[in-house]
Design a binder for this molecule. Sequence first.
Ligand code: WTA
Length: 567
Amino acid sequence: MHHFGSYEDRVKSFDWKISEKELEYQPGNVINIGWYCTDRICEMGKANKTALLWEGQGVPDRKYTYNDIRLASNTIGAYLRSLGIGAGDRVCLFMDKIPELYLGFLGVVKIGAIAQPLFSAFGDESLFIRLDDARTKAIITQRKHALKVRKILAQMPYLEHVIIVDHDGKKELKEREKPFSLDNATPVEHLEIHPTTAESPSVLHYTSGTTGKPKGVQHVHYSLISQYLTAKWVLDLRDDDIYWCTADPGWVTGTSYGIIAPFALGVTQCVQDVGFSAENWYRFIEKNKVTVWYSAPTAIRSLMKAGDEIVKKFTLTSLRHLASVGEPLNAEAVHWSNRVFGLPFHDTYWQTETGSIMITNFPGMKVKAGSMGRAFPGIESCVLDLKTYEPITEPGRIGLIAFKPGWPAMMRTYWNNPETYKNKFKNGWYLPGDRSSIDKEGYFWFAGRDDDIINTAGHLVSPFEVESALLEHQAVAESAVVAKPDEVNMEVVKAFVTLKRGFDAGPDLELDIMNFIRKRLSPLAMPQEIEYVASLPKTRSGKIMRRLLRAKEWGEEIGDTSTLEND
Ligand code: WTA
């Protein structure tokens, strides 16, 4: 029997107190995510249970018990404290998926500091924009990534510490760099956990905006109440599960469901820090006997592409429950997984701002392939008319997804940006910025984003950020960035550029511009295609009309062009 049971019953009797009670949390009391993920599990008698099974590239596997992760996070927390870092300070985690990323996250939140995880593939410019916005006090990183920090260090007087977890003692340390090795540090048995309460800030996750800089989504310790219960009911996590969340904690799935929820539930989770290939993934599932697997459509489409034959080379019978997030999950992918694994992927819909799963196909319920499923109990949801913002009552009509605020993991604000936060609400509804319809049975059918943000391989890329970086290239005069369809990644970045005088449009320049963006921003943000144009379509007020360019890429109707400059 699944934890979830019947949808109707759950909705009828729902109260977030269910989660509070299971976590033995009383409103007003101390609540600290780091403590819940480690100390509490040990106190419950599971100190020797495996918390983390880790596999890296060309190095021995690692295994940590709950007591190990309790000690390691204590040790990191105490070290940060010794540097003068305390409650409310922002500490960036900028690492590959190495154990220190997971342990460091827990150490940071234990001392009441705010964890700011950033994707390790970010280049110096993407990194700078986010550290500068958050006025980050310390960054925990690896040697190879510290090189990117060095490039921008002079511009960041507030960044006091650059902590390097894999310093080999050979190379010289530069200004503000400090070596810290968990292997050499004396384990700290007792750490005074900072007495954070429900509304104390915990995590600051940067997400892309359509216009302007990336936004720091601010979460609080109380988010645990949502994350715990959704993981239990939607991912169906049980005590004896071996859970694999494939997401990187640089993105919200990797923290909410790749650190916080599974550890707070005391399950064993595994992490793989090697390059993607179908063979690597299936081998990993077989080796660890993974039972619950949470992944993303792009990965699933890549596995589909690798073919059915390769699946047969592995014993994957341990798998019990599959879930997916981040992009539309095509019906085909669900049919395929049913065929090859004997199990459907269960779609889940949510976002950095919501902090936890909002809409999903629940375990044990009929999966409607191609639909995102139904709202989590306790979440009041609907779709609003695109123009009037009134709730749509008839089934099947597309509108804006809307949620009544009030669930525990909802962001509390955008860092330093209360204006943008306010604009996310209309008539008392929170609007995540996506379109959907709802069918007669209350299932949501995703219909696209309501803005220009590009969702490539499940990662949001801001066209604005790419356009700004393009303008820094010496050859580029103007640019417009849109999504272009892609079989595996669903969308990829495409740039239209006009060149400055004296530059030759051609493949050499295209490659040069691509590399420029890859290094400054990230491989995800790198345009897969650059189209040289003589001019860009603009509105009368001079705004570039991305909508037109995008429509062309997708072979869609162009629609209303009455505001075009040269109309
Ligand atoms: C999109 C990731 C279709 C959506 C957890 C959302 C989805 C954005 C789905 C959030 C889904 C997420 N079907 N689209 N099941 N899940 N999205 O903040 O546009 O990185 O607003 O959070 O991804 O991306 P974010």
